[in-house]
Each structure stands twice: as structure tokens, then as C-alpha cells.
Design a protein around this ligand. Structure first.
Ligand code: KIV
Ligand code: ZN
Length: 511
């Protein structure tokens, strides 16, 4: 049963900023814009679009999203420094509803070892930076980085300084995911009841990391204690172990409404699509048993559970799959299924295709259905996702490929690639054809890269199922994650490598 209260909690999404800081999660400009559009459909209240001073790419992404996104507030992150703030403002000022989000650490360990500043100096910096930000923008958020490990009286002094200088939102980050729900809740209660907060109508926000697996629990406890804004990311991606997962926070608030008495503006049936999109563009897979959006989240395997489900779904299901837009793996497409059924699988996965692209998917699905008895919805989505990467005009393309192994001969791969308009051929040996293909690709492109992670799964069952390969490729200190899908494991692997190399090239990590 869904119960909702009246207090509105602001959902602040930082997938494009803190989420993008996950190792290897970098997104291209087009990918960030696609995620921002989906976040608008999802109904988040604030999109933190990036950290503009970090790079020209970040600046461009924030500026583009600020100019395009309609509905949510668009926030830009900056350190408590006038140059950073000016840069953030230049990036975000075109938004319908811009926000400057400035931060400085308040814990002694950060003051001593990172900032090398005294407490009075930090207070002075807060006053200067927040008032400068307010002179540019009406909506200013101040974050006390590492708040949960800060001396409480100094944290409160920092908050007073920020509010006096004009901050409209005060964010309390558990930056290193150290807090326990009860102590974090008590800290939030203290801050929510500060006279400066209540008198000034200031919103108290929380931002929890998952180092001890408590990001969602801490965020929920903070909401129960009066926090008015929660910062989170789709699939919980973010620095180290990640941030509070948006879909988990939201579905707790919905499913256990009676415990919280709050509501959000989230359209829950967009959660699954948002999850799939973020996973696709970052290359970070969603674990099968992930709450709310994992492939197994609504699957029932044990006979006793299936029996209960057939009698009454309420026996084992506390949320309906449709409530979160979950399509799961159950739907089967046969070779007689029409364009409509295939089109709706793709649409439900958050992919927008032209009629021409859809026709190509239909023909690929039908040829797969000719070889297998049926094709799962997951396979249809995998085919469409593979085509998304084919569709973009990449810097690097493979035009010929052959790989051999067996009979004691070393595995060999030969390929021809077109890179920046030039065709180059190369062959190489390896431990197996995957290794040989990776080495041949490096030789053909001249890119010095290392395969940091490789995983292979059959999209559905059977030895003739589609192979989905997920890789992380490291080059020059950057990691690019990507996926490749094909009936043949070697080709799926090569597709994943090529997509990762293209991602590195697009991020200008190795040119
Ligand atoms: O984790 C953190 O403290 C942050 C702040 C910049 C809000 O991401
Ligand atoms: Zn963070």
C-alpha cells in the first residue's frame, strides 16, 4: 500500500556531478544531456549538472544542460572561492532556475591536512564566498564538507556564518560514509532546530555516502528528523562506494509512507528507465539483486514463493514492478512478434529510436528469433543498446576482423580499423582470442591501454544466447567502461573494447 504525507522532500540528484566522479563513470556531453532529460521526466527537483571549474568539458555540460532543461533547478558545484563561484555562475546562469552550490570542509582533519586553514579563516571564507554567490544568484546552497566528522559547535558556527551571508539551503554531508543512522539523525535534529534555520526558512539538506552501506538508512533517518532535501544518485553511483541511491530513498518514502509522512515529486514509474540509462552511459552494471531496479528485484525463484505469488502477489511483493517501471526479464518475443511489441520493449528501457532505427532492430530481433525459439525483452534491449553505439559516428571503427584459436596454435586476431579517417591493419597473438583481439586493437590504434576489468554474461540462457561483455579500459590514468553485445563472444568483446576506446578518445584522455 502506498501512503504519502504532506511535507514535500526535495530530491536533489547529483548523478551528473558526484555520480560522475565514480572511477570510470565519465560521460560525454551528449550522454549527460540524455541523462538530464531523463531526470526531468523522472521529476527530480534539482539536477546538479557538474563542477564547472573542473574542466572545459564539465563547464560545457553544465552550460548546455542549464540552457536545455526545463522544470528542475540546475545547480553547479564550486569550492568556496570567488574564481570557482564566478565560473559556476557563468555555466549555470542560463538556467530557468539556477543554483550555486558552494562548499568548504569543516572537520579538523580536513582543515589541518587538506585546507591548511584555521577555523576563523574557514568562517571568514564562508562569509565571503556565500555573500559573493548571493550577489550573483538568489538560490545558494552551502555544504559543510565532512560535516558528520566536524566538531559540532564549529559546524554550527559555520552554518550560522553561511545563513547570515545568505545561504538558502544548508547541506550536511556524511562525506566519508562514517555516520550511523541514530547519530546522523541526532545531528540533523540539532541543525533543523537552530533558530537561524527556523527563522530564516532555510532548507536543511543531507548528502550521504555509502562507505559502510548506510547511505540510504542515514538519508531516511535525516528525513524523519526534518531534513527537507536529500541528495542522491541514480543506482547509487558516486565516489568510492557511492552515494545514497535515489530509487531506494524514493521507494522507502513511498512504500513506508506512514513512517515518514512526506511526499516527493518523483514519477516512480520512470525509475527503472533512469537506472538503465545511467547504467548504459556509464558502463557501470546494476547488480542483479539491487533493490528496486535490479534484474532480480521482482523475480521469484523458490517454488514456495511462486506458489504464494500465484495465490496472492501480496505474499512476497511489497511494491508492484509496474510502479517502478520495471520490465524485468519475463517477457518473451517470438519471431512473429510485431514491431509494436519490440518497440515498446525499447521504449520502456528509455531508448528513443527513429522509425528507421526501429526497423533495423526488428530485423535483427527476427533473425535472432529464427535461430533461437524466442528472444527475451532483455535481449531486445541489448540489441538496441548495441545499435546506439553503432549509430554514433565514432572516432574509431572496425572494418575487418578475424580471430582464430585451437589445435595448440597461439590465438591470433587480425583487424583493420578506421581511426580519424585513416585505415590501419594489425594482427597480434594472445593467451586467447579476447587477449589477442585487445592486443591487435592496441597495435592498430597506437593507443597504450590496459584491460582493467572484463566480464561476460549470456543475456538469456542457452549456448546460442547473446553474449554481453562489460569492460573497463585504463589509459593515461583514465578509466572508460563500456559494453558490447553480439552472438559471438569474440565480437562482443571487440565491440566493448572499441566502445571503451571511443569513450577514451571522446573524453580526450589519450589524444
Ligand atoms: O561528499 C561531499 O561532501 C560532497 C560535497 C561537495 C557536497 O560531495
Ligand atoms: Zn559527495
Amino acid at each position: 500500500m502506498v501512503t504519502v504525507g504532506t511535507r514535500k522532500v526535495i530530491i536533489f540528484d547529483t548523478t551528473l556531478r558526484d555520480g560522475e566522479q565514480s572511477p570510470g563513470a565519465s560521460m560525454t556531453l551528449d550522454e549527460k544531456v540524455a541523462v538530464a532529460r531523463q531526470l526531468c521526466r523522472l521529476g527530480v527537483d534539482v539536477i546538479e549538472a557538474g563542477f564547472p571549474v573542473a574542466s572545459q568539458d564539465d563547464f560545457a555540460a553544465v552550460r548546455t544542460i542549464a540552457g536545455e532543461a526545463r522544470g528542475p533547478i540546475i545547480a553547479a558545484l564550486c569550492r568556496a572561492d570567488r574564481n570557482d563561484i564566478t565560473c559556476a555562475w557563468e555555466a549555470v546562469r542560463g538556467a530557468q532556475r539556477p543554483r550555486i552550490h558552494t562548499f568548504i570542509a569543516t572537520s579538523d582533519v580536513h582543515l589541518e591536512h587538506k585546507l591548511r586553514m584555521t577555523r576563523p579563516e574557514v568562517l571568514g571564507r564562508i562569509t565571503d564566498s556565500v555573500s559573493f554567490a548571493r550577489s550573483l544568484c538568489q538560490d545558494v546552497e552551502f555544504s559543510a564538507e565532512d560535516a558528520s566528522r566536524s566538531d559540532e559547535s564549529f559546524l554550527k558556527a559555520a552554518i550560522r556564518a553561511a545563513v547570515a551571508a545568505g545561504a538558502t539551503t544548508i547541506n550536511i554531508p556524511d562525506t566519508v560514509g562514517y555516520s550511523q543512522p541514530q547519530e546522523f539523525g541526532e545531528l540533523v535534529s540539532e541543525i533543523v532546530s537552530m533558530p537561524e534555520i527556523t527563522a530564516g526558512g532555510v532548507t536543511v539538506s543531507v548528502h550521504c555516502h555509502d562507505d559502510l552501506g548506510l547511505a540510504v538508512a542515514n538519508s531516511l533517518e535525516a528525513i524523519r528528523r526534518g531534513a527537507g532535501q536529500v541528495e542522491c544518485t541514480v543506482n547509487g553511483i558516486g565516489e568510492r562506494a557511492g552515494n545514497a541511491a535515489l530509487e531506494e530513498v524514493v521507494m522507502n518514502l513511498r512504500t513506508r509512507g506512514e513512517s515518514f509522512g512526506v511526499q516527493t515529486g518523483i514519477k516512480a514509474n520512470e525509475l527503472y528507465q533512469s537506472s538503465r540509462l545511467v547504467s548504459r552511459v556509464t558502463g557501470i552494471a546494476v547488480q542483479r539483486n539491487k533493490a528496486v531496479v535490479g534484474a532480480n528485484a521482482f523475480s521469484h525463484e523458490a517454488g514456495i514463493h511462486q506458489h504464494g505469488m500465484l495465490a496472492n502477489r501480496a505474499t512476497y511483493e511489497i511494491m508492484l514492478p509496474a510502479e517502478v517501471g520495471w520490465i524485468g526479464e519475463g517477457m518473451v518475443i517470438g519471431k512473429h512478434s510485431g514491431r509494436h511489441a519490440i518497440g515498446s520493449c525499447i521504449k520502456e528501457a528509455g531508448i528513443t529510436f527513429t522509425d528507421e532505427q526501429l526497423a533495423q532492430v526488428v530485423s535483427k530481433v527476427k533473425s535472432l528469433a529464427d535461430r533461437q525459439k524466442s528472444v527475451s525483452a532483455e535481449e531486445v534491449v541489448a540489441i538496441a543498446e548495441g545499435m546506439l553505439h553503432e549509430g554514433v559516428e565514432p572516432a574509431l571503427r572496425v572494418v575487418e576482423y578475424a580471430a582464430f584459436t585451437g589445435n595448440g596454435a597461439p590465438a591470433t586476431a587480425s583487424l583493420a580499423v578506421v581511426v580519424d579517417g585513416r585505415t590501419v591493419k594489425a594482427s597480434n597473438h594472445g593467451i586467447g582470442i579476447v587477449d589477442a583481439s585487445f592486443s591487435a586493437l592496441k597495435a592498430a590504434t597506437g593507443i597504450d591501454a590496459r584491460l582493467a576489468e572484463y566480464s561476460l554474461k549470456a543475456v538469456a540462457g542457452g549456448s546460442n544466447a547473446l553474449a554481453e561483455v562489460t569492460v573497463a579500459v585504463e589509459s593515461g590514468g583514465r578509466i572508460a567502461r563500456s559494453r558490447g553485445v553480439h552472438e559471438d563472444v569474440a565480437v562482443a568483446s571487440l565491440n566493448a573494447f572499441v566502445a571503451a576506446f571511443n569513450r577514451l578518445l571522446a573524453l580526450r584522455g589519450i589524444t
